[in-house]
Design a protein around this ligand. Structure first.
Ligand code: HEM
Length: 182
């Protein structure tokens, strides 16, 4: 787009792929998770299965992404970024990585504690049965899935901040920040 300055450094191809693969996975994981609570008939299990497979895939992608990032550091944030904005961006990025790990772990152990491991009707990708990791413990299951629910809402807020920041950089500051990841 004319008027937008050239990006100062760009993410590598692999980091870009990790980022853009995570976007639809996240959208559908959040949407399917939110829908579950409204379903009253037997199709609920299909939504559990879809949601849990999307969530676990996000976890695998996040682990691979963090491992890649460890050996392929991202380009430094541009010098022209004011310190407050720099801290906000770094904070949001670290928080996003943290929730990409913590949220699936809460969901995974929450369902296990409820006595519903990812097997049978909720097998990973529909056919990979995981062993059960613990004996059913309804109290623990309730706590873990409540934490999963509240963190889900926090993730939605975090994503709005992240996307809002990207739009702000692209349309108002016009500083090429968004182009670093495209
Ligand atoms: C990053 C990955 C994930 C995200 C972003 C995510 C997000 C969400 C959200 C937003 C909800 C709706 C909360 C509500 O308002 O009720 C939800 C529900 C749920 N999630 Fe996840 N989730 C993820 C991974 C997982 C995984 C890996 C599992 C299990 C293996 C899982 C199991 C569940 C279950 C069982 C519910 C329904 C809880 C209930 O019945 O109240 N989630 N998730």
């Amino acid at each position: 787009m004319s008027g937008i300055t050239r990006p100062d450094g760009s993410y590598g191809a692999v980091a870009k792929i990790f980022h853009w693969v995570s976007v639809p996975l996240m959208i559908f994981a959040i949407a399917s998770g939110c829908v579950i609570g409204f379903i009253r008939d037997s199709s609920k299990f299909e939504f559990y299965a879809i949601h849990e497979s999307l969530g676990f895939t996000l976890f695998l992608v996040a682990v691979a992404r963090l491992a890649w990032r460890r050996f392929n550091p991202p380009p430094p944030l541009p010098d022209h970024l004011p310190p407050l904005m720099r801290r906000a961006a770094e904070g949001a990025h670290h928080a996003l990585y943290a929730v990409l790990i913590i949220q699936p772990v809460l969901g995974f152990f929450g369902t296990n504690a409820w006595g519903f491991p990812m097997a049978g009707a909720t097998a990973y990708l529909g056919f990979i049965d995981f062993p059960k990791f613990m004996e059913a413990n309804a109290t623990l299951g309730t706590i873990l899935l409540a934490a999963h629910k509240y963190l889900g809402w926090a993730i939605i807020a975090l994503l709005f901040a992240h996307i809002g920041g990207a739009i702000y950089h692209h349309t108002i500051r016009r500083d090429g920040t968004l182009m670093r990841i495209i």
